[in-house]
Design a protein around this ligand. Sequence first.
Ligand code: ZN
Ligand code: ZN
Length: 181
Amino acid sequence: MKIGLLKIGKVEDSILSYLKENLTNIFPDVKCETLPETMPIPKSAYNPVRGQYNSSIVLANMKRFADKKAVYNRILGITNADLYVPHLNFVFGEAEFPGKYAIISLFRLRPEFYGERPNRKLFLERALKEAVHELGHTFGLKHCRNSSCVMFFSNSIIDTDRKSSSFCENCIKKLRIEKFE
Ligand code: ZN
Ligand code: ZN
């Protein structure tokens, strides 16, 4: 099982290194690589009224951009752009359910966004949780009612901070049934 990490727009390499290292600890038998190319943020996804990017459009563009990368079982896009879907104010990420492609936004994960002091460790932990969550969806996992499970739906950053970066026992079981296919 190979997961490719795709930068969408400018993203710090240290974030990708952190995700790579930790995703391999959480998902068994997974190899993680950063794709050498960076995908530009698609202009067509920008909504000038909202000042945000439509995550479904970005996801569709990712598929076109990375389609030839058959060596990867999953592709996780990482962006600093603020993402939304039409019926929500924002999303931390979106994924095919189940499928191959997922995306996370770092925009609302930095403590500075909430007027708090920068905290690199907290920021990276949040990014990891969102990455595991969206990848979980690609493996067919739904939202979990356990608020400490990574598959719990984050309505706000408080939910993200409350949950862990790992799957609860129930979700682990379902993940095993999926056999990472
Ligand atoms: Zn979700
Ligand atoms: Zn769970």
